[in-house]
Design a binder for this molecule. Structure first.
Ligand SMILES: *Cc1c(COP(=O)(O)O)cnc(C)c1O
Length: 402
């Protein structure tokens, strides 16, 4: 019997929940793409995106998902035969590296596995060993959405500097922008990629590359160039269509404007704190459940956990059953396990993820946790009771009585 009436909750790590205000902003007649409100609105979106990324650099907008922004960044920075150093901490940096390899880039990988952040000391050693400076760029993700690890972006920059290496520093913030503290300029990031459908609360379909002057100089010296992916005309358009290399993503721009307004009203710092509170509620629940059963947080070290998504393992148990129980009976959709290929993880079925990025609040997070706890009871998955109560305490402590 399904109990699911009311609003479904897609608690996967992207696409995230789309606020009504964003949906309503998109619900309109097709606008003029040559003049009028859309042109002004686009300028304001560009300025606002830079504030969210904490950069005075440039942002280029693409009609693309995250994979498209990978391609955009690769196409501007690399020529076939160049070398990139990929810091693999799950699945997504490796995926970015594979996209670069298809572009003819030689890939050197430092693999940190599925449970740890990238170690700055190993990065420094690898760059130090490259005395001829063949490595043109270092590729990393801030949040790896498969492992839910958070890499220490500032520490990795310091490692590059300590090695005295000129490589560009390229960071994928697709899962983390507007969920996790990120300071593009202060942290010395040269290229950053992001997309609309995670912390930015807008349906998938627009993606962004941010770059600084150092990256612009590398792009200018690149002997190959893609007319479509080239970011230079997009950041200094003479005609409106050049922002997008063609037709504007009309309705997405209205949606994104509304989402950015919501972020401005909340304040970026408050938004990061809210994400941290929700993440801690999830971690506390899982740790409580794990006191009497197989559930574990995939990332043991709290400082290395993403505040946008949590990966939960249950060795020897079929968590796909739990996911199906939740979606069929309650309207809650949990994330699948990604990147856990070894047989011990049952093809990823003993892993699931809870996305807690973007437009979420305690009723949604505590509701999702309570639903998971109900599912474990219904399916007789061993766990210690009380995970939801422990999560409620985290929420209470974050919002004390005045
Ligand atoms: C979601 C995600 C991607 C891929 O984005 P798509 O929009 O699915 O192409 C890349 N990197 C990270 C870190 C992600 O979370």
């Amino acid at each position: 019997m399904t109990l699911s009436r009311g609003r479904d909750y897609l608690a996967i790590p992207g696409p995230s929940v789309v606020p009504d205000r964003v949906l309503q902003a998109m619900h309109r007649a097709a606008p003029n793409i040559y003049e009028g409100p859309l042109v002004e609105l686009t300028r304001s979106v560009v300025a606002n995106l830079k504030r969210v990324a904490r950069t005075e650099g440039e942002v280029a907008i693409y009609i693309a998902n995250g994979h498209g922004t990978w391609e955009a960044a690769i196409s501007n920075i690399f020529a076939p035969g160049d070398t990139a150093l990929v810091l693999s901490t799950g699945r997504f940096a490796a995926g970015w590296g594979e996209a670069a390899r298809a572009h003819g880039v030689r890939i050197a990988t430092l693999d940190f596995g599925m449970h740890e952040p990238a170690d700055p000391a190993r990065v420094q050693d690898a760059l130090w060993a490259d005395q001829e400076h063949r490595i043109k760029a270092v590729l990393v993700v801030q949040t790896d959405t498969a492992s839910s690890v958070k890499n220490d972006v500032a520490a990795l920059r310091a490692a590059i500097d300590a090695a005295g290496h000129p490589a560009l520093f390229m960071v994928d913030c697709i899962a983390s922008l507007a969920c996790e503290r990120f300071e593009m300029d202060a942290w010395g990031v040269d290229v950053m990629v992001a997309a609309s459908q995670k912390g930015l609360m807008t349906p998938p379909g627009v993606g962004f590359t941010f770059h600084n002057g150092k990256a612009a100089a590398v792009r200018a010296g690149n002997p190959v160039r893609s007319l479509y992916w080239d970011w230079a005309p997009r950041v200094a358009p003479e005609r409106f269509y050049q922002y997008f290399g063609g037709t504007a993503p009309t309705h997405h721009l209205f949606g994104l404007r509304a989402a950015l307004d919501m972020l401005e009203e909340e304040g970026l710092e408050a938004c990061w704190t809210r994400h941290e509170t929700h993440a801690r509620a999830v971690w506390t629940a899982v740790e409580t459940w794990g006191g009497g059963g197989p559930l574990r947080l995939n990332i043991a070290e709290p400082a290395a956990r993403s505040t946008a998504v949590t990966t939960i393992t249950a060795k020897g148990h079929d968590m796909a059953r739990l996911r199906h129980w939740c979606s069929e009976n309650t309207g809650l959709t949990l994330g699948i396990g990604l990147g856990f290929e070894e047989p011990e993880w049952c093809g990823g079925d003993s892993v699931f993820r809870i996305g807690h990025m973007g437009h979420v609040n305690p009723p949604m997070i505590l509701g999702a946790l309570a639903t998971v706890e109900a599912g474990m009871q219904a399916l007789e998955i061993p766990h210690r009771r009380g995970g939801v109560g422990a999560a409620a305490e985290v929420v209470a402590a974050a919002a004390p009585a005045r």
